[in-house]
Design a protein around this ligand. Structure first.
Ligand code: URA
Length: 222
């Protein structure tokens, strides 16, 4: 993954950003059981001041080995989708909710999300993206089917961002109809990036605006 490596090398050659310093801290995290089975923490990669941040679920086998998010097949599709809207990894930021691989790539469980989400919130605070694209609003396929491609303003970790749920590239890899939807949702990203996020009227906004009728599966970021 030449782009990812180039971003990393460039980072090494200049003074560390606050985000990189935070990344070094997180590299030693032992907040949950996943620290015991990981090869390494997969913190995230990309432009530390990106307007657009992609957040996946958790590192898989290849991500755990290489230390970068989305380096497998799903990552290749992500790169292709980015290229389709004139972007590449050096101009966005890519991370996951969980920074360590769950064994056997199983789904993250609530206490792991709870232990790890502070890391993501801090990343968001430091990067300050305007847009935040994720498939992770709901762990239930029905949830993402309903909310994908519909942006909403939310406060995450104290930062006001436009949350734009997307299908996960891994799912789209094997389902052509889903790929079409994902491409169409991606096509709206340039327009969304041109949009500014209004200041919240009240200081204490909810972490995530709830989506009606699916409270049981709304586990914070999932
Ligand atoms: N799937 C994810 O959600 N994240 C990765 O980093 C790789 C695959």
């Amino acid at each position: 993954m030449a782009d990812v490596a180039a971003v990393h090398v460039a980072a090494a050659e200049r003074q560390l950003t606050e985000l990189e310093v935070f990344g070094r801290e997180v590299a030693g995290c032992t907040r949950c059981r996943l620290s015991q089975g990981r090869t390494q923490v997969v913190f995230g990669v990309g432009d530390p001041h990106a307007d657009l941040m992609f957040v996946g679920e958790a590192p898989g086998f290849h991500e755990d080995k290489q230390g970068y998010p989305f380096v497998g097949q799903a990552g290749k599709l992500l790169d292709k989708l980015l290229a389709g809207i004139g972007l590449d990894r050096g101009r966005v930021y890519v991370a996951n909710v969980l920074k360590c691989r769950p064994p056997g790539n199983r789904d993250p469980v609530p206490d792991e999300i709870e232990a790890c989400e502070g890391h993501l919130f801090r990343q968001i605070e430091l990067i300050r993206p305007r847009d935040f694209a994720t498939k992770l609003l709901s762990g239930k396929p029905a949830g993402i089917t309903r909310v994908h491609g519909a942006e909403q303003q939310v406060t995450l970790g104290g930062s006001r961002v436009l949350l734009y749920p997307l299908y996960h590239p891994a799912a789209a890899l094997y389902t052509p109809a889903m790929l079409k939807v994902l491409e169409a949702d991606f096509a709206r990203l340039p327009e969304l990036l041109g949009r500014t996020v209004a200041e919240p009227v009240l200081a204490a906004a909810p972490q995530l605006a709830p989506i009606a009728a699916e409270p049981a599966v709304q586990l914070g970021l999932f």
